[in-house]
Design a protein around this ligand. Structure first.
Ligand code: NAD
Length: 384
């Protein structure tokens, strides 16, 4: 199949492009390098050095003999988006290309507006491009488990059977997201469901859990193929951040008591989930939703798991929670759709954490210590 990977320079987009190329698909990547600009703004680069995208693509061709096409530009530029879709003529588009940090979206008004504009407008341009150029294209869109929040009922895969005053309907699952970033994903989901309903598009919305890990079978083949690894309090995701803090000899910073439970997924499973979604497209008119996570743990449990794996002393420090979230809650997520398509999950017990300690140890001189503690507060806009 021909697959266009949007956000192909990012943490997940790059290893996904390699995985799909390795499995015999014709792959193109598209990116505007916004993520590299946030590095400069936040003064924290990827812990693992990464090459620029053209160098990575050339390295992949050298290692595998396979070519990846490149489109450099912004999804918010409709003309550019249309020309990329027209030129590459994909069967499937995998959309990772959004601002993806909750704290970044909560820095101030400018960052909230930027996040929602970038994400919602880019996605809307893409929906129009698909509808006008080839409505048969399957859109595989990355959403997040954070769209649901933490409701006091089971979290279904996107849809909920509701009975109200004696009548029944199948509704989009109600969302209670926890940041302006997560809200942008909810807006995207609604726009995509609407486009499937009115234009008969086909889409899979993947509500992904927090991703951990840094290597896949393909990125490990050559250092030039490495994907980024964020450690700072704005972009570093929870398990990755704890691993890095353990290696640096710093306390693992748990927000509040750490009773918040989150769905997790290994980066090797992320790339495989995308392959499964691409190779088993949704039907025309179908808005299909999968919860892309494999297990869930509370933040305190994640800290304990990392501390127990680390071959040395580790302290855990409970900080005042900078976010506004339920300190403890019910959390039961249905996530059978991808397993039914054939996913065989890597679970946290499968020794991945130990291998991450070496990667971090080799690069720890690159850490800017000032960027490890949270500075963005959810109630920052409120004058006390
Ligand atoms: P990332 O920031 O590393 O990658 C996103 C890429 O998209 C970057 O390379 C960026 O430059 C590019 N991009 C952003 N806006 C763009 C635009 N307007 N036009 C073109 N390119 C643009 O993020 P990631 O961690 O790889 O996440 C990818 C997707 O997966 C995101 O949509 C994110 O919401 C979702 N997701 C990630 C996680 C996680 O733990 N990393 C968890 C759940 C969902």
């Amino acid at each position: 199949m021909r697959v266009l990977v949007l956000g192909g320079d990012g943490y997940l987009g790059w290893p996904t492009a390699l995985h799909l190329s390795d499995k015999g698909h014709e792959v193109a990547v598209l990116d505007n390098y916004a993520r590299r600009k946030y590095d400069v703004e936040l003064e924290a680069e990827s812990l693992v050095p990464i090459e620029d995208l053209p160098t990575r693509i050339a390295a992949w061709e050298e290692v595998s003999g396979k070519k990846i096409a490149l489109f450099e530009g912004d999804l918010c530029d409709a003309e550019f988006t249309y020309s990329a879709v027209r030129d590459f003529a994909p069967d499937s588009i995998v959309h990772f290309a959004e601002q993806r940090s909750a704290p970044y979206s909560m820095i101030d008004r400018d960052h909230a507006v930027y996040t929602q504009q970038n994400n919602v407008v880019g996605n809307l341009n893409l929906l129009y491009a698909i509808a006008e150029i080839n409505p048969d294209i399957h859109l595989v869109k990355l959403g997040t488990m954070g769209e649901y929040g933490t409701p006091n009922i089971d979290i279904e895969e996107g849809w909920l059977e509701v009975e109200h005053n004696g009548r029944k309907d199948r509704m989009l699952y109600p969302k209670k997201p926890g940041s302006f970033y997560h809200l942008s994903k909810v807006h995207d989901s609604h726009n995509i469901e609407f486009a499937c309903r009115i234009w008969d598009l086909r889409a899979t919305d993947l509500n992904q859990g927090v991703v951990y890990g840094q290597q896949t079978a393909q990125t490990a083949l050559d250092p030039r193929l490495a994907t980024r690894f964020d450690y700072d309090a704005v972009f570093g995701t929870v398990l990755n951040r704890f691993v890095i803090q353990a290696v640096l000899g710093q306390p693992l910073t748990v927000y509040g008591k750490g009773g918040q439970t989150r769905g997790l997924i290994d980066v090797r499973d992320t790339v495989e989930c995308i392959r499964l979604a691409v190779e088993n497209p949704a039907d025309r008119g179908e808005f299909r939703v999968f919860n892309q996570m494999t297990e869930s743990y509370s933040v305190a449990q994640i800290a304990e798991i990392v501390a127990n794996c680390f071959p040395g002393p580790v302290q855990i420090e409970n900080l005042d929670n900078p976010r506004v979230e339920q300190p403890e809650h019910y959390y039961n997520v249905i996530h059978t759709g991808l397993v039914e398509l054939g996913l065989q999950p890597h679970l946290l017990s499968d020794t991945l954490i130990e291998s991450m300690f070496d990667i971090v140890g080799a690069n720890k001189h690159r850490v800017n210590d000032d960027r490890m503690r949270p500075t963005v507060r959810w109630r920052g806009a409120i004058k006390s």
